[in-house]
Design a protein around this ligand. Structure first.
Ligand SMILES: C[C@@]1(CC(=O)O)c2cc3[nH]c(cc4nc(cc5[nH]c(cc(n2)[C@H]1CCC(=O)O)[C@@](C)(CC(=O)O)[C@@H]5CCC(=O)O)C(CC(=O)O)=C4CCC(=O)O)c(CCC(=O)O)c3CC(=O)O
Ligand SMILES: NC(=O)C1=CN([C@@H]2O[C@H](COP(=O)(O)OP(=O)(O)OC[C@H]3O[C@@H](n4cnc5c(N)ncnc54)[C@H](O)[C@@H]3O)[C@@H](O)[C@H]2O)C=CC1
Length: 175
């Protein structure tokens, strides 16, 4: 079954990443790019908390990424998060994830995200590459401008508003 693409506001969510190797670093960068408050726990020095993981380390977090190289530990973290209704991603096992990271293009607040529902991340990378010429920086900037215009058009009837907004968008794209 395909996964449904919820877009979720994670600003100021408390995220815990267990592990600080290259795979964890990528997830940390992404979570921070979308405004989450990230704590990194691992046995390595390049973490906020340097220690062996224990279950009570999950206390107080809304999002957890199990990014260790120990698949049994990642599985254990996932089970505990599921019990506590904490969103969990395990980097080595799709079944241990209650959410997965897509491949995405972000231009300011415009976000295009691609998923294979965990079947084949390389397809996601292909889709990202193919769409980079459409999801441009310009589109991100136009989006900001259109937010203001849309607010000003609140009192205009729906159909007219839609037409004005579409025309504005296409005009801007031609510039
Ligand atoms: C389920 C998921 C969970 C999650 O991580 O969220 C997951 C799981 C796994 N990935 C594995 C391997 C690889 N993953 C990548 C790349 C990406 N993987 C990402 C997401 C996801 N990967 C989630 C599903 C997303 C979906 O399909 O919709 C991307 C999109 C997002 C990101 O991580 O940033 C990012 C591309 C971003 C970009 O470039 O834009 C590459 C390619 C590369 O390295 O270049 C490889 C090597 C090739 C291969 O093996 O396929 C393995 C085997 C691990 C092992 O060997 O042990 C597992 C475990 C398993 O399959 O169960
Ligand atoms: N989802 C994805 O896109 C991909 C996932 N992977 C998976 O990601 C896993 C991690 O990869 P890397 O970052 O390269 O691994 P790594 O070996 O560089 O890092 C492992 C990290 O886990 C920490 N760790 C291990 N046991 C711990 C414990 N008991 N308590 C606290 N911290 C602990 C280590 O201190 C280290 O920071 C791989 O084993 C692989 O299965 C690999 C490729 C892509």
């Amino acid at each position: 079954m395909a996964y449904f693409p919820f877009f979720i506001d994670i600003t100021d969510c408390k995220a815990l990443v267990v592990g600080s190797g290259p795979i964890a670093q990528n997830k940390i960068k992404i979570l921070k790019e979308f405004g989450a408050k990230v704590t990194v726990l691992s046995k390595q020095e390049n973490s906020d908390v340097t220690k062996e993981f224990e279950i009570q380390d999950l206390d107080g977090f809304n999002i957890v990424v199990a990014a260790t190289n120990d698949s049994q530990l990642n599985h254990k973290i996932s089970l505990e998060c599921k019990k506590r209704n904490i969103l969990v991603n395990a980097v080595d096992q799709k079944e241990d994830c209650t959410f997965i990271f897509p491949s995405y293009i972000k231009q300011k607040d415009v976000v295009a995200a691609f998923s294979s529902s965990g079947k084949n991340p390389v397809i996601c990378q292909y889709l990202k590459k193919e769409n980079e010429s459409i999801v441009t920086r310009q589109l991100g900037e136009i989006n900001d401008r259109m937010e203001m215009i849309r607010k000003e058009l609140k009192s205009v009837d729906g159909q007219t508003r839609k037409e004005i907004l579409k025309e504005f968008l296409y005009n801007q794209l031609e510039k």
